[in-house]
Design a protein around this ligand. Structure first.
Ligand SMILES: Cc1cc2nc3c(=O)[nH]c(=O)nc-3n(C[C@H](O)[C@H](O)[C@H](O)COP(=O)(O)OP(=O)(O)OC[C@H]3O[C@@H](n4cnc5c(N)ncnc54)[C@H](O)[C@@H]3O)c2cc1C
Length: 82
């Protein structure tokens, strides 16, 4: 068991939540401090890139992500001239 620390995470966005889960997996307890009164959807979609997905899968999130998301089959970036 790791040494005891008091770990505070400022912000409950994807970064803070991922950090908290990563710490939890490593045996550390943390407390997330979020300044927003309410966590609400913005109404926009988020495309999670492969390197980030890999980390979330390592954290055991694949099933949850598949239940709410759509897997990207193809992503194309184009300039104004194609
Ligand atoms: C419209 C839009 C579309 C986007 N689309 C994509 C996309 O498709 N793919 C992608 O990878 N990224 C996308 N992004 C970017 C992505 O949302 C951010 O990179 C990501 O949310 C950053 O996560 P974060 O946890 O670092 O910060 P945030 O999500 O900004 O979370 C930070 C949290 O910390 C809280 N906070 C701040 N200061 C304090 C404090 N002092 N004390 C306590 N709490 C605090 C804030 O209230 C907030 O909840 C998009 C962003 C926007 C706005």
């Amino acid at each position: 068991m790791p040494e005891e620390f008091n770990i505070a995470i400022a912000g409950g966005g994807i970064g803070g939540l991922t950090l908290a889960l990563t710490l939890h997996r490593a045996g550390f307890t943390s407390v997330i401090y979020e300044r927003a009164d309410v966590i609400a959807e913005l109404g926009v979609g988020i495309n999670i890139l492969p390197h980030a997905i890999r980390h979330l899968v390592d954290l055991g999130m694949l099933e949850s992500l598949d239940s709410i998301g759509i897997r990207t089959r193809e992503l194309i970036y184009e300039t104004t001239t194609g």
